[in-house]
Design a protein around this ligand. Sequence first.
Ligand SMILES: [Zn+2]
Length: 128
Amino acid sequence: MQNKNSIKRLVKNNCACYLGAKHGIQNYCCLQDGPCVFFAQDDGLPRCTYFENGVLPMDEKLEREYKSDRNVEVGFNTAKPRVNCTRCGGTFSANSNRQKYCDKCRGRARKESIRIRVRKFRQKDSSM
Ligand SMILES: [Zn+2]
């Protein structure tokens, strides 16, 4: 794992929970009440929610590496697109690019299209 040292450096310099040495523990983390997970000796891929949310975003490149190493979904790629509803104008997260209406309007729009179809059918019917 090549980025382990970069992670350590980021923790040392920026993590508010990292206290250096305390209670005779090296690389003390106040959340763990023990050593910071990133300074463990084993070659695993430790994770820390505090670090991921509060410290890691400071280094965009390292964040990408960290997340791909751990198979963490990279937010901006997997996020659903925000779309404006063509009916009410409200924003909603679309499941596909074809989705035009928000959840509320989707039901109404479907009912309306049925009503229109029925009306046309009746008009044809009465003109005969
Ligand atoms: Zn809508």
